[in-house]
Design a protein. Structure first.
Ligand SMILES: [Zn+2]
Ligand SMILES: [Zn+2]
Length: 366
């Protein structure tokens, strides 16, 4: 039966139409169709990547320094407060990425007061993953051209490339060409984002290096040496990998209950290490949902934090995908692994019935 369904849906134009229908329903405030609009691009297996040696050597040095930081941690050569500080920095700056760069600024899945935006932009600067503008641009491009040569971290090129290899390779020409088609006008109109972009280097030196390193030194007497290798190098590299797993592991391993035609999958491990970003089949299917998972799912600290901010009045207009839409989409395009709708998928719709025309499909979707 499942094969019959896929045969019907392998009509690419229909699948594209279904995606567009969801997109049109889901961006009432006009995300300008940045997400999930699958252009017909692919991956050229013969494309030879050029290594950017400066970046490759930089990452090697960073990792050696982080390993030394890990050695200091594992051999108890730092003060107990420094342990707590490193963990706090990792979690807090991680929220600058997941709650700030990802769910707020890339996907506009909720709105935030200026104070919350400012906190998130500062936390994002501590994380040190380039300025918000560039982070968001790369991420919007990732969604718009997922797993094609125009995706900066195209996962069809394998685990290493999508994890970190893309940051030490020359960009594919399509990444540059298609990158120019992205609409970044919302961020360009945001003075806070443009302020961080303009002053990113000094802000990085202060927020990502000086404050993390010198607070333990000045407040509880940690050595500059130990603090540099743990509060900066180890913490920085650890968070990079937590973020990168979303682009690599969550695009390669897991189930696809919502859309089996996408590469991204539901991956518990990634959710656990990334504050809830591993429910990636859901996220690529319904990218505007602030929970990035059905019902908020589990291991989703960021979802709970956004809820808490909403309770405090700092976050508002939280967007979610309606239950009916999730159900219909799961039945139409899921791989059958959904614990509830996976069963209905087999029984409810008879896609092999050629008498169902696209108009009726629309009605069912709506
Ligand atoms: Zn996303
Ligand atoms: Zn992704």
């Amino acid at each position: 039966m499942d094969d019959d369904i896929s045969t019907r849906l392998e009509d690419e134009s229909l699948h594209k139409k279904l995606l567009d229908d969801d997109e049109n329903q889901s961006h009432p405030e006009g995300d300008k169709g940045q997400h999930n609009s699958m252009e017909k691009l692919g991956t050229d297996p013969n494309f030879k990547r050029k290594i950017v040696w400066k970046n490759a050597i930089g990452f090697l040095v960073l990792h050696l320094a982080a390993f030394y930081g890990l050695y200091l941690v594992l051999t108890f050569r730092i003060k107990i407060l420094t342990y707590l500080w490193v963990m706090f920095l990792d979690l807090a700056s991680g929220e600058g990425i997941t709650m700030g760069a990802h769910r707020l600024f890339s996907h506009k899945s909720f709105k935030a007061t200026f104070s919350l935006k400012l906190i998130l932009v500062l936390l994002h600067t501590i994380a040190g993953q380039n300025c918000m503008y560039i982070w968001v641009r790369d991420h919007r491009q990732h969604h718009k051209f997922s797993d094609t040569d125009a995706d900066p971290h195209n996962a069809t090129r394998g685990f290493f490339f999508s994890h970190m290899g893309w940051l030490m390779s020359r960009k594919h020409p399509l990444v540059i060409e298609k990158g120019k088609t992205l609409d970044m006008s919302d961020l360009e109109a945001d003075p806070l984002i443009m302020w961080q972009k303009k002053y990113y280097k000094p802000l990085y030196l202060i927020m990502a290096i000086a404050l993390p390193v010198y607070i333990p030194v000045l407040v509880w007497g940690e050595t500059v040496w130990a603090s540099t290798f743990t509060s900066f190098f180890l913490r920085y590299v650890f968070l990079l990998h937590q973020t990168w797993f979303v682009n690599s592991a969550a695009h390669l391993w897991g189930t696809k209950p919502f859309d089996k035609y996408l590469l991204p999958a539901e991956n518990k491990f990634v959710s656990l290490v990334s504050g809830g970003e591993g429910w990636h089949n859901y996220h690529h299917t319904f990218p505007w949902d602030y929970r990035t998972s059905e019902f908020g799912a589990s291991y989703n600290v960021t979802c709970s934090l956004i809820d808490s901010c909403a309770y405090l009045g700092m976050a508002f207009d939280l967007k979610t995908a309606p239950f009916k839409m999730i159900e219909q989409r799961t039945i139409r395009t899921g791989d059958g692994s959904h614990p509830i709708y996976g069963m209905k998928k087999v029984k409810t719709y008879r896609w092999e019935d050629r008498n169902i025309n696209e108009l009726e499909i629309d009605e069912k979707v709506n």
